[in-house]
Ligand binder design. Structure first.
Ligand SMILES: *[C@@H]1O[C@H](CO)[C@@H](O)[C@H](O)[C@H]1NC(C)=O
Ligand SMILES: *[C@@H]1O[C@H](CO)[C@@H](O)[C@H](O)[C@H]1NC(C)=O
Ligand SMILES: *[C@@H]1O[C@H](CO)[C@@H](O)[C@H](O)[C@H]1NC(C)=O
Ligand SMILES: *[C@@H]1O[C@H](CO)[C@@H](O)[C@H](O)[C@H]1NC(C)=O
Ligand SMILES: *[C@@H]1O[C@H](CO)[C@@H](O)[C@H](O)[C@H]1NC(C)=O
Ligand SMILES: *[C@@H]1O[C@H](CO)[C@@H](O)[C@H](O)[C@H]1NC(C)=O
Length: 755
């Protein structure tokens, strides 16, 4: 079948994507397996050593560690790992399979705690990292959903670099591990999901780009990004990242449906196109050294025991260089919660190690799993030392630069949703008295979301700048909470109204928190909780000056009432903005920073969820079932705010250059600002069941007032114009495709012909 493709010049073609299976066939590498983890309670790493093969470390024990082949630097990591594993007894091997690897003292191998977390800053949620008097805190950057809203890929990478600096510093101080089980890259499919704060939103392409950049920030050793390693399994890494939770995991606890027993029924099309794509990008573009499989079943089979998902897709097709880890207790969960095939605990372990092949665990499977683990530790310099990172220590955790980066990330993410008559930014000399009201007006812990500090341990963010702290530096602040997040008690609304009556401007901090949306807690509705709506309207009614609404939340809330209320002049969404959130919000309100963030999720109307369960995994609408479809790609109904929405204090115009891959962005108003240029493709009319449009590229550019910037895009026709058919096969339909820039003010056709 000859193919002649006529496309605009700049679209490069990679013929491999025409292979009918949708994937270029790869050589299947043998002897690969993955790692099982049992995760129970907390345990600190706590050791304080240089590196495994440092001869001076074992001198006093009479052991000459450098004589072992696993310490011979002239051998490959794989050969060294095999040597190490071959020296262990079966009992010793099994003791290295949990997140608490006990070590083997007779071989000079110490305890290693695998489980550390660095989702948006180091945390002590995993026992591999702990805080104490020497280092009591780490930088808590904004939650992922807000950093994603920046749509700034270099920022995402820089966040990964900062977190891995702190991780290396903690490791050098004997207080942290080198293996971070971050980031979370599940697509935010349903607005009710409790873990949206941890995710990069609803678009699989954006989620994948976030994953690739954050993982590269965590893993890449500066200066080696471009080096080609003949054996990718020997590429040195700074810390090891883990993309989780693979796959189709996004129900936590909805009307009694719990993630640990949930069987996600997922059409193959959605699996390839939506649920797996971020993981594919994480592995192929980010070269992540680990994937975590999820608690749930996928079409009947526990994700952690599915040979098709783990061996065939992740290892063979995507060619993962690293290890696969099971989510906390997910092997236990197969037995207790899924009652899958009535397996015993031993059988479940065996099935996970072999991902489904029949039979008991054999030693070869354990060896493979362990070798994968030690190869990753070798790439981390755990065996041979890491001179590059030796200098990192206490001064690098909570450094000035990191606290500044936390502020910058929050500023870049904040989304301006409404700004009537240019009410914002406020000029401090005209607004001397401020009413700062609402449940989040003094927010502290709320701002850092989850995966920060779990409260059972000593440890906290470097510092907090609350909204109250930050706005107090600009003028006289009258504070009144009005009510708490659940807003059941209305008795304190009156003082908030009084404050608004007497102030030059009223800033209302409302929204959700972890008691409304969290891990193990999905939402039942898309409204502000309790009487918050009433509270907002009552305060707005009596306010003397302009009312500005600031919403802290991860999932969208139906605030049509506020959008349509003429007394509410401006609305900002601030996600959960991290430890410096208050400062970032004040900088935006007063125009020290011109907001340019864009919503990474659709904000649906409250009635969107009325007629279908959270457990319907399908993305496409189904007219017969009155099922409306999910995300901007498949839902065409009214929204409160669409995916990608966000305003600026200035105005940008786009022009398309004659070469068409160049967009010129002009700042035609009176403030410097940043613009996210978003490019979508639309398939030819008449292709059945395909997306309405899909994001294929985005770039954030700073454009000074009166100036202009050129933005160049390069697209791959298969990836950018391709669709996924019902069987999960990637195809490039012939016919007239459309490329749209932004809301479609600029668009142009692209013809694909086969002859
Ligand atoms: C991990 O190790 C710690 C001691 O460091 C211990 O208290 C804890 O129970 C261990 N957890 C597991 C799951 O073995
Ligand atoms: C860790 O190493 C430092 C020197 O780098 C030493 O002073 C300290 O005693 C060691 N701590 C432990 C627990 O071995
Ligand atoms: C994107 O992030 C980088 C790194 O933080 C920053 O230097 C740059 O200014 C940001 N770009 C825009 C347009 O805001
Ligand atoms: C599991 O055990 C139950 C009760 O013994 C039995 O009814 C069921 O058929 C078994 N399921 C399978 C898949 O073997
Ligand atoms: C915006 O300003 C115009 C002209 O000053 C005024 O007529 C209009 O009511 C204002 N709109 C709002 C929502 O404040
Ligand atoms: C919107 O989607 C529904 C399916 O959910 C479809 O029936 C309807 O025709 C679509 N409307 C438009 C304007 O595309």
């Amino acid at each position: 079948m000859a193919k002649v493709i006529s496309l605009l010049l700049y679209i490069s073609l990679f013929l491999s994507c025409f292979v009918i299976s949708g994937y270029a066939k790869r050589k299947v590498s043998s002897n690969r397996n993955y790692k099982i983890q049992f995760v129970d309670d907390a345990t600190p790493t706590g050791s304080n050593f240089t590196f495994i093969c440092d001869p001076s470390r074992t001198d006093s024990t009479g052991l000459d560690i450098s004589s072992f082949n696993f310490c011979d630097k002239t051998l490959s990591y794989r050969v060294r790992a095999k040597d190490l594993v071959a020296r262990m007894t079966l009992k010793e091997k099994v003791a290295q399979l949990g997140n608490n690897a006990t070590g083997v003292p007779r071989l000079g191998l110490p305890f290693y705690g695998w489980w550390s977390e660095g989702l948006h800053g180091l945390s002590n949620v995993g026992p591999g990292t702990f805080f104490d008097g020497l280092v009591p805190s780490a930088t808590s950057f904004p939650t992922v959903i807000l950093s994603t809203a920046s749509f700034n890929e270099s920022l995402w990478r820089k966040l990964g670099q900062a977190v891995s600096d702190e991780a290396r510093a903690m490791y050098n101080l004997g207080r942290g591990g080198l293996t971070l089980w971050s980031p979370v890259i599940n697509v935010a499919r349903d607005p009710r999901w409790g873990r949206i704060l941890e995710t990069p939103g609803e678009d699989p392409f954006v989620v994948g780009r976030f994953a690739a950049n954050y993982v590269r920030g965590l893993q890449d050793i500066p200066g080696t990004e471009k080096v080609k390693y003949e054996d990718p399994n020997s590429r040195p890494i700074k810390v090891s990242a883990c993309c989780k939770h693979f796959t189709a995991y996004d129900v936590d606890n909805w009307h009694g449906v719990e993630r640990i027993s949930y069987d996600a029924k997922v059409p193959e099309q959605d699996l390839v196109e939506t649920f797996n794509l971020p993981f594919e990008m994480c592995v192929k573009e980010g070269d992540a050294s680990s994937i975590m499989c999820s608690y749930n079943r996928v079409n009947g089979i526990p994700a952690c025991a599915d040979p098709n998902l783990l061996s065939k897709i992740v290892r063979e097709q995507w060619d993962l260089h690293g290890y696969i880890v099971a989510d906390c207790d997910s092997v236990q969960v197969m037995v207790d919660n899924h009652k899958w095939l009535n397996v015993t605990k031993e059988e479940a372990v065996a099935k996970s190690l072999k991902a489904g092949k029949q039979g008991k665990v054999n030693v070869k499977d354990i060896d493979n799993a362990l070798e994968n683990l030690y190869v990753v530790l070798m790439r981390l310099g755990y065996f041979d030392g890491s001179p590059t990172f030796k200098r990192l220590g206490k001064k690098d955790v909570c450094s000035k630069q990191h606290i500044e980066l936390a502020t910058e990330a929050a500023r870049e993410g904040i989304v301006l949703l409404k700004n009537e008559n240019g009410t914002l930014p406020l000029n401090p000399s005209n607004f001397k008295t401020l009413a700062l009201v609402g449940p989040h007006s003094k927010a502290r812990e709320v701002m850092i979301g989850n995966y920060a500090f779990d409260g059972r341990h000593v440890g906290k963010p470097c510092q907090y700048t609350t909204p109250f702290d930050a706005f107090s530096t600009y003028g006289k602040v009258i504070n009144a909470l009005g009510c708490d997040v659940h807003c059941k008690d209305e008795s304190l609304i009156f003082p908030a109204m009084e404050a608004a009556k007497n102030a030059d401007a009223t800033i209302m901090f409302v929204g959700l928190d972890l008691t409304v949306e969290a891990e193990s807690l999905d939402r039942n509705d898309l409204l502000l909780p309790g009487s918050q709506t009433k509270f907002i309207n009552q305060v707005a009614d009596v306010a003397k000056g302009p009312v500005i609404l600031v919403i802290m939340s991860a999932g969208g809330v139906d605030i049509n009432f506020a959008k349509n209320n003429p007394k509410i002049k401006a609305i900002l969404w601030a996600g959960y903005p991290g430890e410096e959130g208050g400062r970032a919000i004040a900088d935006v309100v007063y125009g020290k920073y011109n907001p340019g963030g864009r919503l990474p999720i659709t904000w649906y109307q409250a009635d969107y969820i009325n007629n279908f369960p959270m457990t319907s995994m399908q993305l496409r609408p189904d007219v017969n079932q009155k099922y409306p479809g999910r995300t901007y790609k498949f839902f065409n109904g009214s929204t409160v705010f669409p995916f990608g929405y966000g305003l600026s204090y200035t105005k940008f115009d786009y022009k398309l250059a004659s070469t068409k891959n160049i967009v010129t962005v002009q700042n035609v108003d009176s403030r410097d600002g940043s613009e996210v240029v978003m490019v979508y493709s639309k398939p030819p009319a008449g292709v059945d069941g395909t997306h309405l449009k899909q994001l294929i590229g985005f770039q954030k550019v700073f454009v000074p007032t009166g100036g202009s910037k050129s933005v160049t895009f390069a697209f791959n026709a298969c990836k950018s114009l391709g669709i996924v058919d019902y069987a999960g096969i990637r195809l490039l339909p012939s016919g007239g495709h459309t490329i749209m820039v932004g809301d479609g003010a600029i668009s142009f056709p692209v013809q694909v012909n086969y002859s």
